[in-house]
Design a protein around this ligand. Structure first.
Ligand SMILES: [Zn+2]
Ligand SMILES: [Zn+2]
Length: 429
């Protein structure tokens, strides 16, 4: 049944004759090659979905990818940034070089979706045995890029440049104490000689819809940790000590004035959230210390630095006003995912062409983060979202939910998007 549906579906996304005549003849040729690989794309996606692996532990997934790329005759490097795989497809010219990226890791989430290929996998996360699930949909990204590699490898002689397929581990962040993800891939040279990079993410948008945004798209995400040191005393005699709970509470409120009062709100939105506040053991003891942890989201690298400085100043000054001290640690996470404006304008017609019913629309900013931004700090890149919501589902679950579900009828749109972006880019402006 699925088989028939997918096959019927491919005709909905194929271009009209007029489109073929107006556009790049290579993308029309690629479309002829997409239908025959779709069954495999669906099978890969189900297989990867059923066997998810946590960040930096994508052993089975990367072996599957490497074997496939080798079977296509690509130059394959494995073990990049731990479990990453890079495949190079050399066409009839060395230049230009375009990269297509898929992330491979899953999350410590126990799947609640009723699927024949639902995950029952377990894994070790921060010392705890947890359920593992592709709750962010990276299984789709891997299968889509494997399919695009097969389509493009089949037309190697016609390709006017080089295509690099980047299968990246640990997008969700490496385990504590480890390195990994996009930044480590870059350190190990994956962007050498690459002129532009494209990446996609599935999300609970209407099926087959593509959303993107020139410039600031997804937020940077940094973690902060504050320890307030006071002085322990009896809860009935606060003057005999320094209360870190009250100081910590003032810091929580003080931090809220950074986004609202201290940075230019006309420039870009920003968020400072305290997600954890812990202190004390008993009702009548004022504890020695309090701990706060939170996240910083913004869309501008300058504002990002300003917020870091102001968090340090706010915490230290409030603590000092009470005779306490505050130690602030900020761990820099993924940078802003900022789409190169010229590249986005150039590729927008491609996105419109490949989206279902030409539904490619500019998006608002998104306050979640992506380490694709690391690549975009080095070379021009374009990142976009692909809608995978089941049209029959009233309230599709968000990414990272145990109920997250990707309708596989979006897979052909993904394969077509990656294939067309590479071919249109290599054909030149
Ligand atoms: Zn995610
Ligand atoms: Zn993700």
């Amino acid at each position: 049944m699925r088989h028939i549906l997918l096959f019927a579906f491919i005709f909905q996304i194929l271009p009209s004759l007029a489109e073929i005549q107006a556009g790049n003849p290579l993308t029309a040729a690629a479309d002829q090659r997409i239908a025959p690989v779709l069954d495999k794309v669906v099978a890969w996606r189900r297989d990867i979905h059923e066997h998810p692996e946590l960040s930096n532990r994508e052993f089975r997934t990367s072996a599957l990818v490497a074997e496939h790329l080798q079977s296509l005759g690509l130059e394959v490097t494995t073990g990049v940034a731990h479990t990453g795989v890079v495949g190079i497809l050399r066409g009839q010219a060395d230049q230009p070089v375009v990269a297509l990226r898929a992330d491979m890791d899953a999350l410590p989430v126990s799947e609640q979706v009723d699927l024949p290929f639902a995950s029952r996998a377990m894994g070790l996360y921060q010392g705890k045995e947890v359920g593992v699930m592709h709750a962010c949909g990276h299984d789709n990204h891997v299968a889509i890029l494997m399919g695009a590699a097969e389509v493009l490898a089949g037309m190697r002689e016609q390709i006017p440049g080089t295509i690099k397929f980047i299968f990246q581990p640990a997008e969700e962040g490496p385990p504590e104490g480890e390195e990994g993800g996009a930044s480590m891939m870059i350190e190990q040279g994956v962007l050498e000689d690459v002129d532009a990079i494209f990446g996609l993410h599935v999300g609970p948008l209407p099926l087959g819809m593509i959303t993107y945004r020139p410039g600031q798209f997804m937020a940077s995400a940094d973690r902060f940790h504050i320890v307030v040191n006071g002085s322990q005393t009896h809860g009935a005699m606060p003057w005999a000590g320094i209360d870190p709970v009250v100081v910590g509470s003032q810091i929580v409120l003080g931090l809220q004035t950074i986004a609202s009062r201290q940075v230019d709100v006309t420039l870009t939105p920003s968020i400072v959230t305290v997600g954890r506040f812990s202190a004390g053991v008993r009702n009548n003891i004022i504890p020695d210390s309090a701990e706060l942890e939170g996240t910083i989201r913004t869309f501008d690298e300058g504002v990002r630095q300003q917020i870091h400085d102001r968090i340090r100043r706010t915490a230290a000054s409030i603590a000092e006003s009470a005779g306490a001290t505050a130690t602030v640690t900020i761990d820099r996470g993924p940078p802003v995912t900022a789409n190169n404006e010229a590249l986005t304008a150039r590729m927008a017609p491609t996105l419109k062409r490949v989206a279902m019913d030409n539904m490619a629309v500019e998006s608002d900013r998104i306050t979640t983060a992506e380490d694709f931004g690391d690549y975009q700090q080095v070379i021009p890149g374009l990142f976009f979202f692909l809608g995978v919501a089941d049209p029959d589902q009233k309230a599709p679950a968000p990414n990272h939910s145990p109920y997250f579900y990707a309708d596989e009828r979006a897979l052909p749109v993904g394969v077509r998007a990656m294939t067309h972006l590479a071919l249109d880019y290599l054909a030149g402006p």
